[in-house]
Design a binder for this molecule. Structure first.
Ligand code: FES
Ligand code: FE2
Length: 437
């Protein structure tokens, strides 16, 4: 559990908060490239770390991210004219470039130099692999982008999926730290006789409760959850939590999959959950133990699952399934054990449980067990890093070390007598040779 004060410290990320300051040290996934596809196209409402911003692709293809309220008298720049390398407020015509400089003030006398005294908040962006990254931090020269393999591959080889989660970012992220829920929430209805012997799914169905090893790493925390596989091996599920909100999950086959997730706070009560993966892996290329439902993921999310995006601050990447319709729960399927939850879709199951905790869960009332070890450790790490930044100005892990993000996660069979961490060093660090920085 966490005290009320610790919980607030951990969860709140608005301007001036310690955790918000920690996140502002890093580049943040802000916009998917296709959301602002056209130069001089329609601006986009972007809520990020509790700030209302407007994203726009300028005439030269670069992407600007500027404060919502015009510095003159506060009209929203969402309605602005995106033209000639800047965004022009439609109220009195003031125009701002991508750095937030006021470059035209047509309602003032021509001899006035007032425009040179006005500056809008604008954040630097970089575009890579279909993602527009934003830097909201204090440095004039931002740090390097993190070396996420799935974001360094050619854009056509990757899938960038986003889900809006109406709850605090930490609730979503904690779901990734908790591998045990896979055997219940997602696979609780899987019967052993319906899995193929010798596969990961079979090992999970046979031993729902794994044992755990949890470690601190230079980039955050990692866990290995293990259960018996063959007579002399364990099936290990190995995953990483990377500062400040990233996860590499244990599904699939370690060494072959390339993916990461990000729980990017829009504000304290809304999160965009990004998943960036190399496209579909051919199951036939996987070793036999990784085939089955686990081996076939990742796959692109079907467009039909989404409501059309709207221009609302929270109108991006909402699924049809939501709290308002109980995520389409089918009680008959639940009763008949066709599905443990009765809720269609893996991510929708995750959403139902984490969003039902409320917008910011009061962690004073929880009861953590042995399988929550990684959650406890990761929270401590985050709080300690935010304190170190707040009190001593210590730059948090990974900001200046992009290479720390070159990791892989996944499942693997290991002889029972080896050290799981040492035995997977090669697989964890195997990085696609095609990827250049
Ligand atoms: S409010 Fe934007 S130009 Fe006046
Ligand atoms: Fe899950």
């Amino acid at each position: 559990m966490l005290s009320k004060a610790e919980n607030e410290y951990l969860c709140r990320v608005g301007p001036g908060t310690p955790m918000g300051n920690l996140m502002r040290q890093y580049w943040l996934p802000a916009i998917r490239s296709d959301e602002v596809a056209e130069p001089d196209g329609a601006p986009l409402r972007v809520r990020l770390l509790g700030e209302d911003l407007i994203g726009f692709r300028a005439s030269d293809g670069r992407v600007g991210l500027i404060q919502n309220n015009c510095p003159h008298r506060g009209a929203s720049l969402f309605f602005g004219r995106n033209e000639e390398a800047g965004l022009r407020c439609v109220y009195h015509g003031w125009k701002f470039d991508l750095d937030g400089r006021c470059v035209d003030m047509p309602n003032e006398p021509a001899e006035s130099d007032f425009k040179h005294k006005v500056r809008a908040t604008a954040y630097p962006t970089r575009e890579r692999g279909g993602v527009i990254w934003a830097y909201m931090g204090p440095r004039t020269e931002p740090p390097p982008l993190p070396d996420f393999e799935a974001n360094l591959l050619p854009q056509d080889d990757t899938v960038v999926s986003i889900l809006h989660r109406p709850c605090n970012w930490m609730q979503g992220w904690e779901g990734e730290m908790d591998t045990v829920h896979q055997a219940f929430l997602h696979a609780g209805a899987t019967r052993l006789e319906n899995t193929r012997p010798g596969t990961f799914d079979y090992f999970i169905a046979r031993t729902p409760a794994p044992r755990f090893a949890v470690i601190d790493t230079p980039y955050g925390t990692s866990y290995g959850a293990y259960r018996p596989a063959t007579d002399d091996t364990y099936y290990w599920r190995i995953a990483h939590m990377l500062f400040p909100f990233y996860a590499m999950i244990p599904a699939g086959m370690m060494g072959q999959q390339t993916r990461f997730a990000a729980y990017v706070p829009m504000d304290d009560e809304h999160t965009l959950h990004w998943e960036i993966t190399r496209g579909l892996i051919d199951p036939e290329k996987l070793p036999v133990e990784a085939r089955g439902s686990e081996g076939r993921r990742p796959s692109p999310r079907a467009e039909s699952e989404y409501r059309p995006n709207t221009t609302d601050w929270y109108g991006r990447f909402n699924l049809h399934q939501s709290m308002a319709n109980d995520y389409f729960i089918d009680r008959e399927a639940q009763r008949a054990m066709r599905s443990y939850t009765g809720i269609p879709g893996i991510r929708q199951q995750d959403m139902a449980v984490t969003e039902s905790m409320g917008p910011i869960f009061d962690r004073e009332s929880e009861h953590l067990g042995t399988t929550d070890a990684l959650i406890i450790r990761t929270r401590r790490r985050m709080i300690a890093a935010a304190r170190a930044l707040e009190q001593q100005g210590v730059v948090p892990p990974g900001v200046d070390n992009p290479e720390l993000y070159r990791q892989r996660s996944g499942g693997v069979l290991l002889p029972r007598d080896v050290n799981w961490w040492d035995a997977t060093a090669d697989r964890r660090s195997e990085f696609s040779a095609t990827v250049a920085r």
